[in-house]
Design a protein around this ligand. Sequence first.
Ligand code: APR
Length: 238
Amino acid sequence: MNLFVLTGAGCSAESGLGTFRDTDGVWARFDPMKLATPEGFAADPDLVQAFYNARRRNTRAASPNAAHFALARLEAALERRGGSLFLCTQNIDDLHERAGSHNVVHMHGELLRARCLQCGAASPWQDDIGGDDVCPACRAAGTLRPHVVWFGEMPLYMHEIHDALEEADLFVAIGTSGSVYPAAGFVAAARQLGIRTCELNLDPSDNAGYFDERFYGPASETVPAWAGRLTAGPDAVV
Ligand code: APR
């Protein structure tokens, strides 16, 4: 069985990393146009670097939760049986990897990488990015930005994502509001391909009506329960 799993901020919410559009979400407290656009970065690079430096520190201090670990176990169980779990995350934290998932693509980039405006390299980066830091790849100074996809920029890995969708037997969205494209359109693409769809979320998302199955509650509860049904008991398919 080949699974395509799309995760959003709700998957990391119980690890203490904020979501974006909940009432106390990141965009309720900060202006995305100033902090998550190329224009905002050009206008005030120090403000944008400080915003992502704080989020990078929060990510390093956070730990994976039961949802992340359940997905890593499910990936291993599928691979033992010749299947796969393609994990497409909108999240820029590294909690999936720290929980043990390895087939992960970050379509909105990664906080723990710095991208060089000179050579384009996206190098691993654990600390704050400063105005005079040196690119590990080309040694240019002062050319590093967060390796995060901002509004108006193209998401990453779109070819790999569409190839994985074509191969999937089941599409599962976890902890995402279904409000930002192209990720929000993946469930419609899955349905057009005749793929069964499932939503695991705290509340119904904007595109809840597209899903064949829907389970609501905290991801740390719904994801382990759902993954457990896939791998054991009468409904096991793995
Ligand atoms: N368990 C499961 N779902 C949760 C939990 C939880 N503990 N807490 C919140 N949620 C759900 C919310 O109900 C909401 O539907 O997670 C979803 C989070 O939605 P958003 O805040 O919009 O986050 P996301 O869908 O990941 O946003 C997509 O928007 O700003 C851009 O680049 C940013 O990747 C982000 C993209």
